[in-house]
Write a protein that binds this ligand. Structure first.
Ligand SMILES: C[S@@+](CC[C@H](N)C(=O)[O-])C[C@H]1O[C@@H](n2cnc3c(N)ncnc32)[C@H](O)[C@@H]1O
Length: 328
């Protein structure tokens, strides 16, 4: 049986959760790595047409509700007007998050260090006069000071230096502008009867341990692993700005097969590069074994086409440009 011929079937949007109210102010000692080697690895990890295409195909589109939440937050700050002129999407990749907003802003610029990721975005958003892309590093956003209404960063901040990122946000945002930080993860594994058999954010869950080991086997930096596997709480906790809010978490449940889920993990940054460097060891084999163990322990057959459910979670974190802001 091949690992590479699975499909996944998006089924139902389960629910939109209310604000879960994270108000903790906490400074973690964790630093996101930021050096030349890290940058070069990042480019390698996300480069290449093969990865770019499978990323585009195997990663589901973002739920529409994210758009509503972000625009509502912006609207609150612009009570006296409806300024929605300029969005900057930092680490835009193939533009999955950019697309949500393409009808809402007069102008969107997507930036990414990966040329091939940007080329997918160009293809996906062809004919959109208001959207443009630039292959550039995030250290200096290609935008004038106080010109941007929303800085969006979707599933990319775990690769960046938070301090540099926020400094640039502060420089480019207009008063009342916001930073919208998104991430997502296949959080819960559920049997076909709905029983939870794994939680990727729970350190004691075998699912968490299996995915952490997979990332490790792919050469993923420990800090990146940590941020991804704690739903960005370690990033959120380091943000000092008191306007920060864990605004919402959207959950979407998909029906998956084993092959489908493995194909999802094969799109993680680092996997492809690891396979090129070491063709004898495939981190997906170990991941599959761990998944099978979880399945068997829960009385579920571990067949390639056994179907089960995966609940994806999409946390949305919002930070306001502070000076002169009255609300939030
Ligand atoms: C997991 S992908 C997310 C892509 C897209 N935002 C999405 O939600 O589908 C992470 C992206 O961050 C980009 N990235 C990583 N380091 C970067 C950097 N230093 N500057 C700009 N983009 C970067 C990668 O090239 C990759 O496209």
């Amino acid at each position: 049986m091949s690992l590479y011929f699975g499909v996944y079937f998006p089924t139902i949007i389960v629910e939109q959760l209310p604000n879960i109210g994270y108000n903790i102010m906490y400074f973690s000692a964790t630093r996101i790595p930021h050096n030349r080697n890290h940058k070069e690895k990042m480019i390698r990890d996300y480069e290449g047409n093969e990865l770019t295409k499978s990323y585009d195909k195997m990663r589901a589109d973002y739920p529409e509700q994210i758009r509503d939440v972000v625009l509502e937050c912006l609207q609150r700050n612009y009570r006296l007007g409806a300024r929605k002129r300029y969005m900057l999407d930092v680490g835009c990749g193939g533009g999955k998050a950019t697309q949500l907003f393409m009808n809402d802003f007069e102008r969107i610029t997507g930036i990414d260090i990966s040329e091939s990721q940007i080329s997918v975005e160009r293809r996906n958003l062809n004919n959109r006069n208001n959207v443009r892309f630039q292959v550039v590093d995030y250290y200096r956003f290609p935008a004038e000071s106080t010109s941007v209404d929303v800085v969006l960063c979707a599933a990319a901040l775990h690769y960046m230096n938070l301090d540099l990122f926020l400094k640039e946000c502060d420089r480019v945002l207009v008063q009342g502008g916001i930073v919208a930080i998104l991430m997502y993860a296949p959080q819960l594994l559920k049997s076909s009867s709905g029983q939870i058999i794994g939680d990727v954010f729970s350190k004691t869950s075998k699912y968490h341990k299996a995915v952490d080991r997979f990332f490790q086997n792919c050469g993923t930096d420990p800090a990146v692993r940590k941020h991804s596997l704690n739903r960005y709480e370690s990033i959120f906790n380091r943000i000092a700005n008191p306007t920060k809010r864990w605004e919402a978490e959207i959950q979407v449940e998909y029906e998956y097969t084993m092959q489908g889920l493995l194909r999802f993990y094969a799109t993680c940054g680092g996997y492809r590069e690891m396979r090129y460097q070491n063709s004898y060891q495939d981190p997906l084999h170990d991941l599959r074994e761990s998944f099978c163990e979880i399945f068997r322990e829960n009385g579920i057959a571990c067949e390639g086409n056994t179907s089960f459910y995966v609940t994806f979670v999409y946390p949305i974190m919002i930070v306001n440009k502070m000076d002169g802001l009255k609300i939030m």
